[in-house]
Structures are given as C-alpha cells and as structure tokens.
Design a protein around this ligand. Structure first.
Ligand code: 7GP
Length: 832
C-alpha cells in the first residue's frame, strides 16, 4: 500500500518529438515578425521585455492552433468534462512551460542566440501570474497542467484579479506590502472573449408569485447587475496535443448599472457606481487559511460561480437544448475548498426558478454534479457567512439554503430520531447569537463526493471534522493525495538534473514519473553519486549568486543549504526553525569548536498583511539573520537568509539548490503540503514531522532517507487533552529557556529591547498553541543526525538520489488519475 497506485487507464501522453515541426528558422522568423508587426519595434531597438513579448507571441501562434483543434474535437465528441472551480490559480510564468510542453525549449534557445539574445534573460521579463496565495492555488495550477497532459476535457474557472498576491518588500527587517501589477504591460497569453460575457444579479428582493396550478414561483428582482468578461488562458499539455482553457472572469459595470441615476443626470454618481462594479475583481484576498468574512469576498465568490455556471449551461444547451436529464452526465464541477460553494444554491436557483423543474428533480441533478475538496482542518479557515449578509446580497439564495437545510434535517431526523444535538451539529445554519451559514456543511450535503488531500488528512476529515456525515453517507468521504507537475517542478526548473536523469533512464519520466525509480539502482554507484552531487553543487552556486544579488549576503556553497519555503503561519512553525538556529548560535558562542557542518538557513515566506504575529516572525528571522551574518565568531558556520517576495518563479530557483527541506508543522495541522514533494523530487532530504504528505513521502523513501521527529497526531491530541503547559518545558530545558529569554533582550534589536518579545510570549503566556517547545528537543536531535549524515558524503548522495527516485507517486498525473477513477469518471479525448 505504500507504493504508488498502479497506472490507470488514463495515461499521460508521452512526448512525440516529431510533432515539433517548428524549426529554428521558423521560430526566428516568427519572433522577428512579432517584433515588427505586433510590437512595432525592431531587432536593434528591442529590449529584453520586447523580446519576451515577441517570443511569447510566436509561441502563442502554436498554442492557439492546438486550442482550436482541441475545442473542435471536444465539441464534436460532446465529451463529459470536469469544471474546476477555484478562487485561486497560482500559475507563475508561462513561457518556459509552454516551450517545454511543445518540446521547443532548446530550439527557441538556439533561435534567440542567433538573434543575439539570451533566452534566460528573456524568461526573467515575464511577471508571475500570482492569482493565488499558496498551496491551494498552486495545486489548482498543477492540476490543470496534468488534465491537459492526460488529454482530459477540462476547464478551470476563476477570477481575473487585476492585482494578484501583493509583492513583498523587506524594510529594516519588516514586511511591507506593495500592489502586484502583473498586467500593467499586457499579458501575451490571455484572450478576451466579449462574445461570452455574462451578467450577474446582486442585492434586491424576492417576489413570490402564484402560478395557475397553484405552483409557487419566485422572482428575484436584483438591485444591481454586473458584467462578467471572460479572459481565456490556454493550458498546454505536455506533448502539446491537448490545449485546455483557464477561463477567468473580470467584473465590469453592466449597461443597466444604475441606469436611472445616469438618466436623471447623475453622471458623476453613475461613474462612482461603475467603480464599485469593477472592484469585484480588483484584488485577491491575501489571506492563506483564514477567513476575512468580508462582503466583497462573498460577492467575488458568487460573481465567478454565477458567470461560470451560466457559461457551462450555455454550452450544455447548445448540445442538449432544454433536456436537463443528461446534465450531470456531461458536467462535473469540482469545488476547490468551500470558496465556490455558493454555486450549489445558484444551480438550484437556475433549475427551479428559471428552468422550472420541481425541487426533487433539481436536487437530483445538483447533487450528482458537485464534488468538494477540503484543504484544511484549521477551524479559523472553515468558512461561515452571516445569514444577514447572504440575505442582503443574495436574497433568493438564502431561501434556497434554508430549503436545502430543511429537507436535509428531515433526513437527519429519520436517521437519528429526536436527536436535536445532532441536528444542531449537522445543520447548515449555525444558531449562534449571529446566525451563520456553514459553507462546509453545505458543500458536503450538496456534493456526491468529498475528499481530503493526503491519507492522514482524509482520515481526520472523516473522524474529526465530518464524522456524522460519514455515518449518514458511508463512502462519500474519500482521499486523493496531492501531487505536483514534474514538468514545471523538475524538467523546466532543474535542467541539469533533468539532463542527467535523461542520460541514465531515458526521457519518458516527465509523463510517467514512477519511472524515476530506475535511478534507485544507481544510488550506491560512485560515479552517479558524483554526477548527482555535482549538479546539486552547480544549482547551489546559482542560488548563491541570486542570494548575493537580492540581499548582498555571501554564502558558502559547500555549506548545507537548508530551506523552508511556504506561507508564514504559526502552524508551519518557522519560529521552531528560528529557535533552533538561535540555539546553534548560542552553542557556537559558548564553544567555538562546536562540531557542526556549515549551514545556510534560507527562508521564503509571505505573511497575511493582518496577521501580526506572522509578521513578527518575519521580523525576528531578519533580525537574527543580521546579527549572525555579521558576527565573525560564527558566520563561517551559520548564515541566515530571508529571500524577499517568495513566489512561484523564486521557488523554481530555490528548490533545485536545496540539500534540506524543512517540513515541520505541528502534527495534524498541515493537510498535505506540496512543497515537500517538490523539494524531495529535486534531491533534498526532508526533516519533518509525521504530518500531511510527509507520512506518505516517508513510506516511499524509507526511514533511512528522511529525518522524522516530534509528536505524532495521537501524541499531540493526548497532550492537549491532558493539558499542555509550555512553562514546564521552559523551566526544564536550560538551552531553550536561554534562547527564549534572548528574545526579550535587545541583543538582536539594539536599542529596542522587547522588539521580539511577542514571539516569546506566544510560546509561553500565549500557551504555545502549536507546541514548538514540546517538539524542540526532538527537533534538535534530528538536526544533529542530519548534520552527521551530511558529512558522510556517499551516504548523503545516496539519500538525495533516493529522494528523487522515490517521488513517482507524487506526480499530479497520479492525483488526477485518482480523481478520474474515484470521482470524475472521465475518459480521455484524443486530439489529433
Ligand atoms: C493548503 C494546505 O494548507 C496544504 O497542506 C495543502 O497541500 C494545499 O492546501 C493543497 O491541498 N491550504 C490552503 O492553501 C488554503 O488556503 C484554506 O486552505 C482553505
């Protein structure tokens, strides 16, 4: 069971090199043509930005041709398709990816060279498409890559944010947020589709009418109507056979928007209202795993769901007219967390109010259409909306939600007669002082399948989050372990390792990742070990140059490159890492001969702008870094680097250079993690807790090739039941006490004593909610074991190789094959 699931009927396409009919000369010609006629410049005047645009436009010609063929083929075959609804798609850059998927990267590189241009410089011109916060958004991006690669009919639906996730600057150690203006100079990949504009009603009131046969008819009279303008981003599969679409909606004021105000001469007022309509898709909420509960966010969610459903229904009707009986055979909608859950009552509204189906027929269709993925157990991240707010913005939807709930509670009464505690617990409506709608419960009730994102997480979803639903509908709750696309996260980002792997086992691994296991037989081979570690060394040198460039810090590339990259959150415990760094610093000050291999601790993390403690942790990392990096007593042994503005394109530079991957969340808190997979795939060894997908990574690589430490989920539960008191550990562990007290001094913040105290307080008087102190000792021991393993060169090389070799299970192609088999029931559609 620890092995990768066997290959399914859905098979990733292997690349057919003969398809790359484009020659170097063709590419050169296309680029120059676009330089002239799309950009209005020429070879002499063009800067890298112009070359990037011209090169992208040249690629887009090929992309659009495949897109047309794909769409025609899907239409002709009237295929069942998955519709991936997600408020976030963290795409990163597209040019290099599209070139790799067309197998034209080397050819384009050569073509540009002949034009006197470096492809690497051109690629750096592309702004990241950062329409997501972190794990959930990047997962969506990996999934649509795999869907296209596996020739599955699929469409991603989301929001065309004008500003993606904020750009992070570090000033005097602290995070500053700046707007992300990714489209300021145009986006060469997106296509506006005015012919598919949709209108979305908001606010207003509901009128009850009585039809002839006594049928109650509801009519929503909206107070506002906004326009949704679709922008399509083509998604190129590996091998470039299928090109699917990511359709993102931008809000605009509709023509009838406050028509009356306009007519009565209120020109300026009407313009002000216009700005409000455009606000809907203005900016991505920068919170990772916490709920803002803001009106605008609910409007964003409804806006993109309503547009997307109308789009789906328009396409369905073109083939099936008013016959709704086949809808759920043709359409499956995957809800990426509860953010799009409002789509459930919206589809009911369309079926009951507009199509005039009876409730049971409508519910029969609806509950066979949706499936829901849960991404977190953190209670603060489970979405709840005030009934009042929904009532105001979506007056018809609140009625529908009550009706869904009423019928559901009848079912609960049948199963558990007279059990009102059970009803209160399962109800979609939470009867607190302020009545709330529980979007998680709505999603489970309205979906035919619900999944967690790693074995342990799905088990906890069943046992702790939704145990009664599991009893009510056995089999509805399931697991699909996350995955990552090996195209972006190995082939494109780590060309040296990819080439080495190709020489050893051939070039089929990017679409058949379990093949990497063939590298295992060379794990003890001296020559291969040397080649593998030489690649790692080169990648470390490249990252060292980047670090120097970004921060001015010089790092020793013979040191261990130890990397923790992820959103800043207490449960991810960047502060546990920091406590350990400070402990090492103390050990070195106390004993200059303290035996350790030089190590560079590298961080990348954005904090939600309103999450004060997370920002304090960033500040503390930077202050400790300043001190250590400038302390000649220790800076030949430890360096600490915080790379600003962590994002997809920076991850692509950091991951290939990592020796060590820090995955140290409190057990039970990290649903899966996906950075853990990316780092291990690139030959980094994990130091981590038995949490999320770390457990499955450990099963794959074996206990000898990972450093596991800390409490298990059961031990965490036991300790909190018994009562956890961080002071017990504080008074017991002298080193830890000294390190925590250090935070209260002005040692790291000269002249500002107490500037780092909030951190200490959170772990003492604050109760240490994520149990850093409880896991510290074990973490410190694991770090010692890691340090001595690194100094045994052949042993480390073997570990690194086996980490790469054993990552086959974690390709997102396998995740998608699991979704197809367990939930979506799709068949691939070959596009010739
Ligand atoms: C993340 C989880 O924290 C991470 O463990 C998982 O790998 C990833 O989703 C993909 O499944 N969750 C989020 O990014 C998030 O925002 C709140 O969750 C709904």
């Amino acid at each position: 069971s620890s092995k990768a699931t066997p290959r399914k009927s859905v098979k990733a396409q292997t690349i057919n090199t003969s398809e790359a009919s484009y020659s170097k000369a063709d590419i050169k010609q296309a680029i120059v043509r676009h330089l002239h006629s799309t950009l209005g410049t020429d070879e002499n005047k063009a800067d890298n930005h112009a070359w990037w645009k011209a090169t992208s436009a040249a690629m887009q010609e090929l992309v659009l041709e495949r897109l047309r063929t794909t769409q025609k083929t899907h239409y002709m075959n009237d295929t069942r398709a998955v519709h991936y609804f997600s408020a976030e798609f963290l795409m990163g850059r597209l040019l290099s990816n599209n070139m790799h998927n067309f197998n034209l990267f080397e050819t384009a590189d050569a073509a540009l060279k002949e034009l006197g241009v470096e492809l690497a410089d051109v690629l750096e011109e592309e702004p990241d498409m950062a329409l997501g916060n972190g794990g959930l958004g990047r997962l969506a991006a990996c999934f649509i890559d795999s869907l296209a690669t596996m020739e599955l009919p699929a469409i991603g639906y989301g929001i065309h944010y004008e500003h993606g996730l904020f750009r992070q600057e570090i000033k005097n150690g602290a995070q500053i947020e700046r707007p992300d203006s990714w489209r300021d100079y145009g986006n060469p990949w997106e296509i506006c589709r005015p012919e598919s504009i949709q209108e979305v009603p908001l606010f207003g009131y509901v009128e009850t009418k009585y039809g002839e046969n006594g049928r109650v008819q509801k009519e929503w009279h909206p107070g506002n109507i906004v326009k949704g303008v679709p922008w399509d981003i083509p998604i190129v599969g590996y091998g470039a056979k299928t090109v699917n679409v990511l359709r993102l909606w931008q809000s605009e004021s509709s023509d009838y928007f406050n028509w009356d105000v306009f007519n009565s001469g209120g020109y300026v007022d009407a313009q002000r209202e216009n700005i409000q309509a455009e606000t809907i898709s203005k900016v991505l909420y920068p919170n990772d795993e916490t709920e803002a509960g803001k009106e605008l966010r609910l409007i964003q969610q409804y806006f993109f769901c309503a547009c997307s459903l109308k789009d789906i229904i328009r396409r369905y009707k073109r083939a099936h007219g008013d016959d709704w009986s086949r809808f759920s055979e043709q359409v499956v909608i995957q809800l990426n967390d509860t953010h799009p859950a409002i789509a459930i009552p919206e589809l009911m509204r369309i079926l009951v109010d507009r199509a005039e189906l009876d409730w049971d027929t409508a519910w029969g269709i609806c509950s066979k259409t949706f499936a829901y993925t849960n991404h977190t157990l953190l209670p603060e991240a489970l979405e709840r909306w005030p009934v009042r707010m929904i009532e105001k913005i979506l007056p018809r939807h609140i009625e529908i939600i009550y009706e869904i709930n009423h019928r559901f509670l009848t079912l609960v009464e049948k199963k558990w007669p007279g059990d009102n505690v059970m009803k209160a617990k399962l109800s979609i409506i939470e009867e607190s002082t302020e009545k709330m709608v529980r979007m998680g419960n709505l999603s489970v009730i309205g979906s035919f399948a619900v999944n967690g994102v790693a074995e342990i997480h799905s088990k906890l979803v069943k046992e702790n989050l939704f145990p009664e639903f599991e009893e009510l509908w056995p089999g509805k709750l399931t697991n699909v372990t996350n995955g990552i696309t090996p195209r972006r996260w190995l082939k494109a980002c780590n060309p040296l390792l990819s080439e080495l792997i190709g020489k050893k086992i051939g070039d089929d691994w990017p679409s058949d990742l379990p093949r990497l296991d063939k590298l295992s037989e060379f794990a003890d081979n001296k020559t291969f070990q040397n080649q593998f570690m030489k690649v790692k060394q080169k990648n470390k040198e490249a990252l060292a140059a980047e670090i120097k460039h970004q921060t001015g810090i010089s790092v020793d590339t013979k040191a261990i490159f130890d990397i923790q990259i992820k959103r800043l959150h207490e449960y991810k415990r960047q502060h546990l890492n920091l406590l350990h760094i400070m402990a090492l610093y103390r050990r070195l000050l106390e004993n200059p001969d303290y035996d350790m291999h030089p190590r560079v601790f590298i961080f990348g993390a954005k904090a939600a702008p309103g999450y004060t403690l997370a920002k304090d942790i960033i500040f503390a990392i930077n202050k400790v870094a300043d001190k250590i990096n400038n302390d000649p007593r220790v800076n030949h042994k430890i360096k600490v680097v915080f790379l600003p503005n962590y994002r997809v394109s920076l991850a692509e530079k950091m991951i290939p250079a990592a020796d060590v991957s820090q995955q140290i969340s409190t057990a039970g808190k990290e649903a899966s993690g996906t950075g853990n997979m990316k780092l291990a795939l690139n030959g980094a060894v994990t130091i981590g807790t038995l949490d999320g997908a770390n457990i499955e990574i450990a099963e794959e690589v074996g206990d000898d090739n990972i450093f596991i430490f800390g409490m298990t989920v059961d031990e965490v539960t036991k300790l909190s039941t018994k009562g956890y008191n961080p002071y017990d550990i504080y008074y017991q562990n002298k080193e830890l006490k000294a390190v925590l007290d250090w935070l209260d001094s002005d040692y790291f913040t000269p002249g500002q004593p107490g500037a780092l105290s909030s951190l200490k307080n959170s772990m003492l008087s604050g109760g240490d909610p994520y149990m850093c102190l409880a896991d510290f000792e074990s973490y410190s021991e694991a770090n010692k074991a890691l340090d001595s393993a690194y100094r045994d060169k052949p042993r480390w090389a073997k570990m690194a190789i086996l980490n790469t070799a054993k990552m086959g299970k974690f390709t997102s192609d396998r995740s998608i094959a699991d979704y197809v088999e367990r939930i979506w029931k799709l068949t691939p559609c070959e596009v010739n």
